[in-house]
Structure formats: C-alpha cells, structure tokens
Ligand binder design. Structure first.
Ligand SMILES: NC(=O)c1ccc[n+]([C@@H]2O[C@H](COP(=O)([O-])OP(=O)(O)OC[C@H]3O[C@@H](n4cnc5c(N)ncnc54)[C@H](OP(=O)(O)O)[C@@H]3O)[C@@H](O)[C@H]2O)c1
Length: 185
C-alpha cells in the first residue's frame, strides 16, 4: 500500500487561513485538476470532518473516508454516510464512510480489501496523525502564489524531525508548481 499526503500550500506555508476556509477559494484550477487526477488514481481519500465540511459533498469517482469522533451526528447531517468496518462491503466510488480507527489500523483494514494506494487529504490534524504514525510514503505539495501571514500549517506539533527526498518538481502552470517528496524511513 502506498500512502500519500496531498496538499496545496501558500508560498508562506499555510494550507488555509482558518479551519473553515475551503481550499478552492485560493487554489488554482490546475491544482484542482492535479488533485482530481491523483485522488481518482488512488480511489480512496481520507480527511477530517472539518475538511469534509468545507467541501460539503462527496467527490465523484472516489470513496471518501471521514474521521469523526461523532459518527451519529455526522450521519445525521450527511445521511448517506456509513461507518467503515470489517463487514463493510467493497469500497464504492462516490461512497461516504466514517472512521475513528488509528492510521495503522485503517490502512491494514483497507489493504485487506485490496486497496493499494491511499490519499491523505487533510487537514492539519489528519496530516499530522498519519505522518506521526509512520505510514506516509509520499507528499505532493502544490505551491500557490499566495501568502496569508497567519494561517493553518501543514503539520501541527511533531514528535521528531522528518527527512524528505525531493523526487520531482512539476510545473502545473506558469504560476504553480508541485513538489513530490518521499519520506525517508
Ligand atoms: N490546502 C489544502 O490542501 C488543504 C487540505 C485539507 C484541508 N485544508 C484545510 O484545513 C482546514 C481543516 O483542518 P483541521 O486540522 O482544522 O481539521 P481536519 O483535520 O479537517 O478535521 C478535524 C476533525 O477530524 C476529526 N478527527 C481528527 N482526528 C480524529 C481521530 N483520530 N478520531 C476521530 N476523529 C478525528 C475530528 O472531528 P469531530 O470533531 O467530528 O470528532 C476533528 O475535529 C480547513 O480550512 C481546510 O480547508 C486545506
């Protein structure tokens, strides 16, 4: 299983001005296309409840797994949501699942269903938990020509320093680049 973080950053390193800001307010169309391509290839996206709320819907062609400690409350608002579990039928494109499994247990359960790639789609709390669990193989970081000053960072507090290897630098347009990193293990 390959697990990758995918995120858009401002030139000064923020992923959002605050927890309620949808990323599409400031990211480019080219980044939207890149995100769609990478996450469709993977087939399954994991994100926190706050991030899902800023999007407000599932995205076609991918299963969305939302982290929440209050699945009943979430399902009340998004009625199609089902709790992810071992008895869950196969992952359906367009499906919406909730979980509170730790990153390692979730990845083991998804691998048992035959998944070979997982997209970690934020926000800060989810990126941090997956990196700290030691399960992130790659990062795709889009850098947009915007600065926020204060803002939400990609990661919160980390228990140690992580070393990355720059595998590729891609130009999405004249203004936007993607840095593709591997996590040194
Ligand atoms: N620029 C980008 O690429 C990008 C990407 C993604 C997100 N973002 C931005 O990031 C912001 C949101 O980030 P955030 O860190 O505030 O929130 P978040 O990570 O999206 O969601 C946090 C929520 O996820 C749930 N959660 C987290 N860990 C959990 C666990 N171990 N077990 C159960 N539930 C868990 C909790 O929901 P409950 O309260 O329901 O328990 C928690 O309140 C938004 O502004 C969004 O636009 C930016």
């Amino acid at each position: 299983m390959t697990t990758f973080i995918i995120a858009a950053l401002t030139a000064d390193g923020s992923i959002a001005k605050d927890s309620h800001q949808p990323s599409t307010r400031w990211t480019s169309a080219e980044d939207g296309q890149f995100f769609a391509r990478q996450t469709k290839q993977s087939g399954v996206m994991v994100m926190g409840r706050t991030t899902f709320t800023t999007i407000g819907r599932t995205l076609p062609g991918r299963t969305t797994i939302v982290y929440t400690s209050r699945p009943a409350q979430f399902s009340h608002r998004f009625s199609q949501a089902q709790a992810f579990g071992p008895a869950q039928p196969n992952l359906v494109p367009g499906g919406l699942l909730t979980t509170k499994l730790g990153p390692r247990r979730l990845i083991t359960a998804l691998a048992a269903k035959g998944l070979d790639s997982l997209a970690i789609c934020g926000g800060t709390s989810i990126y941090t938990q997956f990196l700290e669990a030691g399960v992130v193989d790659k990062l795709y970081l889009t850098i947009e020509p915007v600065v926020f000053g204060d803002g939400l960072r990609l990661f919160g507090q980390l228990g140690r320093q992580y070393s990355l290897r720059l595998d590729e630098l891609r130009r999405l347009s004249a203004q936007t680049v993607v840095l593709e990193y591997s996590v040194e293990k």
